[in-house]
Each structure stands twice: as C-alpha cells, then as structure tokens.
Design a protein around this ligand. Structure first.
Ligand code: PEP
Length: 251
C-alpha cells in the first residue's frame, strides 16, 4: 500500500503574507502525526518564505512549474535547481492549465520531466482528458498517449520519483468531480500502462493521485478507491479548514 499523498495546488493565489497565514493555520491543525504525506504548492513568490516557515514540520513543499531549460539566458523562467534551493521537493508537470493556457505539448512535458528529475525534484505528472474527449470515448487513448510520450525513456530509478495525478480536465475547478468509480477505472488504466511500460512492481509502487473538484464532502469516497493513492486539491486547498478535512478523510 502506497502512502497517501495530499497536495494543495494554490495556483495563482495568495500573496506572501496570505501564504504564511494559511501555512500557520494548517500547521496548527496538523500538530499530531497524520497518515498522509502533505504537500503545499504555493506560487513561486511564496516558496522561500514557506520553506522557512515549514522548517521542522512534516509538510513538504512543491512548485507549480519549472523550465525545461537549465540556468542562463531564459528570461522569466525558473529552473529546477532554483526550486530545490528554495526548499521544494516536488514540482507539478503537465497540469491542464499549463497545457491549455500555455500550449504545453506532451513533448515539452517530457522535457520538463527529464529536467526536473535531473535537477533532483520529484515530479507530480498530471494527465487527463477533456470533456469532449471523454464524450467521444477517447479517454483511455488520451491517457495512454500522455503517459507514453511523457515518460518516454525514463529509467526505473527515475520512475520511482514520479507521482501520477489523474486530473480529468472537465473536473478541474468546475465543482463536477469524477465519480469514485470513474476515478478508479482510469487509475487502473494508468497502473496497467505503467506495468506494460515498466513492470508490475513499479506500477504497484507508483502513487496515482486524483485531482478535480476534490472537497471535504467527496474526498472520503474518492480516497477509499483501491487505486487512488491521494488527491491533488486546487480550490479546496486555499482554506485551512477544508484542506484539513480532506487530509482527515483518510481511513
Ligand atoms: C487542480 O488545479 O489541480 C485542481 C484539481 O483544482 P480543483 O481542485 O479546484 O478542481
């Protein structure tokens, strides 16, 4: 059984003081050890202060994006090495908002995964189909293709650092979460793809988390599915009470 991971993606929300306020509230609630690994993913501007504030706690830090390039003349980008130095362990790669708003292709996402791994980060690799793709019966093909291109050539050792997040695009920020059995079905597809690309042991040991309108009301049924190893939470992670309730939903 994989350790459950609950990650909060704050997206483009929270100034530095607001970030620290939320972290203080969460730390207060998470005083006693909990069953999940908790990861906060604030905007870049809050990372360093967040890391200072989280020193000594069990809460991990992640970034929302990284450059596929190394350091140097790349104005406006942030490298994996910078993220590590700011205190990050994790980084999101392939989030649907990056794919749609910034036209990130599967090939670029593959580059980002390679760069993140070579710089020492643990990527949370997001995959998911749009509503139209689901309606057209293409969900499994889309997911399998995103996995095949994104993970192309990664070694077993690299794969052990990767978490996969299944995030159906139609469920992100819409309040329309996947039904637990829909999430379970696609998590099984992902696991069997990992088994055929690598081996069953790697597939079993890879955390596959669900994201898309997770909230305190639906988290328990989603997290009780056998192939759901955690949650990537957007909107509901912006409030300490609701994020804590999701963390507490683990049985
Ligand atoms: C996300 O941004 O990864 C996400 C799942 O958002 P929300 O929980 O708001 O749907």
């Amino acid at each position: 059984m994989n350790k459950i991971l609950i990650a909060g993606n704050w997206k483009m929300n929270k100034t530095v003081p607001e970030s620290l306020e939320l972290i203080h509230a969460l730390k207060e609630k998470l005083r006693s050890p909990c069953a999940a690994e908790v990861v906060l993913i604030p905007p870049f501007t809050s990372l360093h202060s967040a890391a200072e504030d989280l020193r000594g706690s069990d809460i991990q830090l992640g970034a929302q994006n990284l450059s596929h390039l190394g350091s140097g003349a790349v104005t406006g980008e942030v490298s994996g090495t910078m993220l590590i130095s700011a205190g990050c362990k994790y980084v999101l790669v392939g989030h649907s908002e990056r794919r749609t708003l910034f036209h990130e292709s599967d090939a670029l996402i593959h580059q980002k995964l390679k760069t993140a791994l070579s710089e020492g980060l643990h990527p949370i690799f997001c995959v998911g189909e749009s509503g139209e793709e689901r309606d057209a019966g293409k969900t499994k093909d889309i997911i399998n293709n995103q996995l095949t291109v994104g993970l192309n050539g990664l070694t077993l050792m690299e794969m052990r650092k990767i978490t996969i997040a299944y995030e159906p695009v139609w469920a992100i920020g819409t309040g329309k979460n996947a039904k637990p059995e829909q999430a379970q079905e696609i998590h099984e597809v992902i696991r069997s793809r990992l088994a055929s690309l690598y081996d069953p042991e790697l597939a079993q040991g890879t955390r596959i988390i669900y994201g898309g309108s997770v909230n305190p009301e639906n988290s328990s049924s989603l997290l009780s599915q056998s192939d759901v190893d955690g949650a990537l939470v957007g909107g509901a992670s912006l409030d300490a009470d609701s994020f804590y309730a999701i963390i507490n939903a683990i049985k």
